[in-house]
Design a protein around this ligand. Structure first.
Ligand code: FMN
Length: 332
């Protein structure tokens, strides 16, 4: 058994949320001993990919939600990811929903989670980013989301404040309006709110960009459960206001598990592929597409890139296959 398989085997003996923490701490321990990069020394990398106006060493990133508080991205970067998205961070610290709130189905390779943006809040999150960024040389995305207690009518204010906080440190900012675990959050993508929200956010970006005289890319993370009709509306507004990229997609609430929360992994492979195809057909080359959802093998990575994704993000695939998936994917 290699080190990666042993690590996964041990991590899967304990409850999922605890096991994530344990695995990340284990990696950090190896990192602090200075032996983490040597574990994966065969990773090729350095392919110089251009997307979102940024340079990536490769197309494979870690999706939002594994390093919620920006404690580990410098460690995970050593494994070979071309980019890492930390967060989702909210304005104030949040405990999230009641435990147990992460359920793993190892045979099916699915995860159902109802975490609810548990995080230390953007102020502490930013301190972590500042502390760890000097030790990281990949692209850093920062995911932001509305606080649980913020009324939906005031959600835009949360995003605008959060942007002020993270603008300088983030290489790109991911606007998360698609988590199924914060009540009402997904209403932000409805006709009532979306156009107004994205206009305000992109105006904010313009103001900050002028001050900084650069283009900081903003990407929007979309739910897989949108109707085609609403997706068209979302894409149209995104193109109108020059959103730089779309992450397709978050976890799905359309599952038959008797559990609260969104499903990730194998189960959403097809829907994520279909949403990617739909977005590519509708948006062409106007917006960078980042594929997330059910990318469980290196074949999935290759397929998403064939279907028009400029970048891909792993989450469940990484939980179930660890660095083997990353290594195989980097070799394609
Ligand atoms: C336990 C867990 C926590 C997550 N937390 C976040 C989060 O905080 N922010 C976010 O944008 N996505 C979050 N996600 C969604 C993932 O980033 C990813 O988009 C989704 O799981 C689909 O990819 P996958 O099928 O490869 O897992 C989370 C997913 C899981 C399983």
């Amino acid at each position: 058994m290699n080190l990666n398989k042993l690590g996964i085997f041990l991590a899967h003996l304990v409850p999922p949320e605890f096991s994530n923490k344990l695995s990340l701490e284990g990696l950090k321990f190896l990192y602090n001993l200075g032996i983490l990069s040597s574990v994966n020394s065969k990773i090729p990398g350095d392919k110089n990919i251009e997307s979102l106006g940024l340079n990536f060493s490769n197309k494979i990133g870690l999706a939002g939600g594994l390093d919620k508080n920006a404690d580990y991205f410098h460690v995970l970067g050593k494994l070979g990811f071309g980019f890492i998205e930390v967060g989702t961070l909210t304005l104030k610290p949040q405990k999230g929903n009641l435990k147990p709130r992460v359920h793993r189905f190892a045979k099916e390779r699915n995860i159902v989670n109802s975490l609810g943006f548990n995080n230390v809040g953007v102020y502490e999150g930013l301190k972590n980013i500042e502390k760890n960024k000097p030790f990281y040389n990949g692209v850093l995305g920062v995911s932001i989301g509305k606080s649980k207690e913020t009324k939906i009518e005031n959600a835009f204010k949360d995003y605008l404040h959060l942007i002020d906080y993270v603008y300088d440190q983030a290489d790109y900012i991911a606007i998360n309006i698609s988590s199924p675990n914060t009540e009402n959050l997904r209403e932000l993508s409805s006709e009532n709110y979306f156009k107004d929200l994205i206009e305000k956010i992109m105006n904010k970006k313009e103001q900050l960009n002028i001050g900084a005289s650069k283009n900081k890319p903003f990407v929007l993370k979309i739910s897989p459960d949108e109707s085609k009709r609403n997706l068209e509306k979302i894409f149209t507004s995104c193109m109108e206001f020059n959103v730089d990229g779309l992450i397709l997609n978050n976890s799905s609430i359309n599952h038959k598990k008797n559990l609260k929360g969104g499903i990730s992994g194998n189960y959403i492979r097809e829907i994520s592929e279909n949403n990617l195809i739909f977005a590519k057909n509708f948006c062409g080359d106007e917006i960078s597409l980042i594929s997330s959802g059910g990318i469980m093998t290196s074949n999935d990575v290759a397929k998403r890139i064939d279907l028009g994704a400029e970048l891909v993000q792993l989450y469940s695939g990484f939980i179930f296959s660890g660095t083997d998936l990353l290594k195989e994917s980097l070799e394609i």
